[in-house]
Design a protein around this ligand. Sequence first.
Ligand SMILES: Cc1cc2nc3c(=O)[nH]c(=O)nc-3n(C[C@H](O)[C@H](O)[C@H](O)COP(=O)(O)OP(=O)(O)OC[C@H]3O[C@@H](n4cnc5c(N)ncnc54)[C@H](O)[C@@H]3O)c2cc1C
Length: 394
Amino acid sequence: MINRTQVGIVGAGPAGLLLAHLLQLEDIESVVLETRSREEIEATLRAGVLEQGTVDVLNESGVGERMMREGFVHHGIVLRFAGRSHRIDLTGLSGGRSIMVYAQHEVIKDLAKARLDAGAPIEFGVKDVTLLDLDTAAPRIRYRDGAGALRELACDYVAGCDGFHGVSRPTIPSRRRTEFTRVYPFGWFGILVEAPPATDELIYAHHERGFALVSTRSPSIQRLYLQCEPEDQVANWPDARIWQELHTRLATGDGWRLTEGRIFQKGIVAMRSFVVEPMQYGHLFLAGDAAHIVPPTGAKGLNLAVADVRVLARALTAFYRDKRSDLLEQYSTTALRRVWRAEHFSWWMTSMLHRFHDDTPFHHRLQLAELDYVTRSRAKATTLAENYAGLPLD
Ligand SMILES: Cc1cc2nc3c(=O)[nH]c(=O)nc-3n(C[C@H](O)[C@H](O)[C@H](O)COP(=O)(O)OP(=O)(O)OC[C@H]3O[C@@H](n4cnc5c(N)ncnc54)[C@H](O)[C@@H]3O)c2cc1C
């Protein structure tokens, strides 16, 4: 069976769902195809820091109400090194911008609800998605629906929002794409804990045993991370070892103490930087993790997905409303400018805060000198603040 839509969207992550929502506001039709179920996408725990531009996009497009009610605005972060804490005043240094702590799966719930309430389609549980004729004006998406029936979706454009392991990027012929990759020699061991917040602001800790991060999700759930070996296993980390390591890496002379609680989720995140260029091929446009990955140290992954989609939605709107294709032609160039800025920031934060295998005492001293400079120099702190709170969207 063949259906038709204007924009076929592959993937119902933040990129795919937000794109569908922004297009719907402009009366542009789309169909979203997702391999997983609604319950699964709404239960996947990932990012939690929304930069100012992301908050603005969600509010301006009418899906920010719950975020404004339940999320937490933070005006600073803490860098902790050599046993001392140093606050970076994000708002003061970035011209009044701030961040919102609101979990990615809550954003997903808000976007999925907005779309389904509007009666617009998300096809969950699809399989065998294949993108066809992307280099023509009549691309198609072939797939099996949730019941196993073979279907085809004819569209004007395809948005590849299917994450790093999706089918969209590999469908671009290899001679027409260039990939840039850096894999870091460590991972993040993450836990979710039932406990009140131990701190009002996120703590990024540099320690000779490795990086640690104290983050939060809600007044009763905290998110903590520890740098670990890339091939490490969850089974290697009984609760007592996790707490001991966190206490060691977060120790200060100022009396602050981490609040312990029941650990109810453990997982390991790989650390990678990745970009594909260009982010478009024929009538296919890549957005979000399908096109780029950043290590989570800069909290940029979800925010970059939102920024891509905003550029793409504007370009598609210009095409359908004003018959202008110039913004679509420039999509990759426009999006990549922000992508590479965020890649650099995420790499810089990662390099400054983590222990590397080939670390020497010399390298360790260089990191401390960099951290000292960031916390003493207004110019350097401003660089961190404006990147972390998020540069204005184009
Ligand atoms: C474990 C983990 C922890 C993270 N933590 C942080 C963090 O703390 N801070 C931060 O900023 N970022 C973090 N990130 C990154 C952030 O979550 C991503 O950048 C963000 O999810 C990107 O959104 P997306 O929509 O591009 O891709 P995704 O969220 O990956 O969504 C892609 C969707 O496409 C679907 N899909 C895949 N293949 C197909 C197919 N063939 N057909 C149809 N659908 C398909 C997937 O099921 C998925 O729902 C983390 C990522 C991971 C994996």
